[in-house]
Design a protein around this ligand. Structure first.
Ligand code: ZN
Length: 428
């Protein structure tokens, strides 16, 4: 035996437990074949036949791990691997397997199959835990067939009622409840009322930061709060030729200044503050008419609710100042609000500690997108693990992730779960 071999075998005795990255990748590719699109993406809308096929496949895998599988009235699926302490609450992980109409292979699916890979790894290594370890599949996270988004986890967390969720209809008039029953996933377990010790969700970042900074793991500390606004600027239509400049009531001039004000206020709250004007309708939208009316939207986000409130105040002040200066009317109306989430400090720490122990380059970050974890965080200690995705692109068939990053994220998940669930001495 060479000295290097001795060192290697010594390492294998002391090195931390690892998932099987190849097996995780193969499972992801097999699930992605259900609803596969010609361009390499996935179309698996919630509660369709392909969703049932995907659920059947993953439920079969979960059952093969020896876990008990329960389904609740919202179609959420819970697989539980028992712990040694029968009174302990479950340490849960998971995500969703529904996709956007032209979605990718990894959004949601990764979090569920990383959880499955954790269960498989614990079994392979004969590791017992004090607390049970579970994997959840949440129904209709994407919200593309049925609104609200994050429907299953929202009902679980009591954000809205099961009745409300079941009564929602898709574009063809089919209700959530009918669709759920048709695919055979309207379960008998109560929605919510399930004590969780903790919830961890692994997910692709869906943004460019980790890739740009060459980091493998994002330790997610919370999610941005959000406010949506509709805004209408009203002046007066007038002929572009005869109307002198000083006599104009040009709604687009007001809207343009407002766009600049929106950017300026977001930059004052950078790097965490974000603001977007994504829609603008100019009326009458004619080359030789001074625009008399402009309607537009504003989307503002910040991880801290008090900063978001400050941004709101600045936005309103800007609309009033610009309207007065240009003698326009401005109607600014907030149409939606989601408060910021701060994840649980001990769960964040479990992710951070696992990442450091495994030696992965990482950074702390907040999620800019919605996730099931954001609703689960309202009822249980929660945090998330992000891995980079190519060019930060998701909700797109070209969504792509490097296998070694998926493996790294699953290893972090494994050790965060183990830290929380307590590795039982007698087990290994
Ligand atoms: Zn997702």
């Amino acid at each position: 035996m060479k000295p290097s071999d001795v060192r290697r075998s010594a390492e294998s005795v002391t090195s931390p437990l690892r998932v099987d990255g190849g097996r995780l990748w193969r499972s992801l590719m097999e699930l992605a074949s259900i609803g596969a699109t010609p361009k390499g993406g996935v179309r698996r809308l919630a509660l369709t036949d392909v969703d049932r096929q995907g659920r059947d496949l993953v439920v079969g895998w979960l059952k093969q791990t020896g876990s008990r599988v329960e389904i609740d009235g919202a179609g959420n699926i819970f697989a539980t691997r028992p712990g040694r302490d029968p009174a302990a609450s479950v340490v849960l992980t998971g995500s969703h397997i529904d996709t956007q109409p032209s979605g990718g292979k990894f959004d949601g699916n990764y979090g569920v199959l990383a959880g499955l890979e954790v269960l498989r790894t614990l079994n392979d290594s004969n590791v017992a835990t004090e607390k049970p370890v579970g994997v959840a599949i949440w129904t209709n996270e994407e919200g593309s067939r049925f609104v609200p988004v994050m429907g299953g986890s929202g009902a679980f967390a009591g954000v809205f009622t099961l009745e409300h969720l079941r009564s929602q209809r898709d574009a063809d008039g089919v209700s959530f409840g009918e669709a759920l029953e048709r695919i055979g996933y309207a379960g008998g377990a109560p929605v919510g009322k399930r004590a969780l010790d903790a919830y961890f969700e692994a997910h692709i970042e869906q943004g460019p930061i980790l890739e740009r900074e060459d980091k493998t793991i994002g330790v997610v500390t919370g999610a941005l709060g959000l406010r949506w606004y509709d805004c209408v600027w009203t002046g007066q239509d007038a002929h572009a030729g005869p109307t002198p400049m000083e006599a104009r009531l040009d709604a687009l001039r007001g809207a343009s200044r407002f766009v600049e004000a929106v950017y300026a206020l977001a930059l004052r709250h950078a790097p965490e503050g974000r603001a977007t004007v994504g829609v603008m309708h100019v009326s009458p939208n004619s080359r030789n008419v001074v625009p008399g009316r402009v309607s537009m939207t504003v989307d503002m986000r910040h991880p801290d609710d008090s900063s978001l409130a400050a941004m709101d105040a600045e936005l309103r002040a800007a609309s009033i100042t610009i309207a007065l200066e240009l003698r326009l009317e401005c109607e600014l109306r907030q149409v939606d609000q989601v408060r910021a989430s701060r994840f649980d400090a001990s769960c964040i720490d479990a992710v951070r500690t696992a990442t450091r122990m495994l030696g992965y380059p990482h950074r702390e970050m907040v999620s800019g997108a919605g996730h099931d974890a954001i609703y689960v965080a309202r009822v249980a200690p929660t945090s998330m693990i992000f891995v980079p995705c190519k060019d930060g692109i998701s909700h797109n068939e070209i969504e792509d992730v490097r296998p070694e990053h998926l493996e790294a994220g699953a290893n972090v998940l494994l050790h965060a779960v183990l830290a929380r669930a307590g590795r039982s001495r007698a087990g290994n």
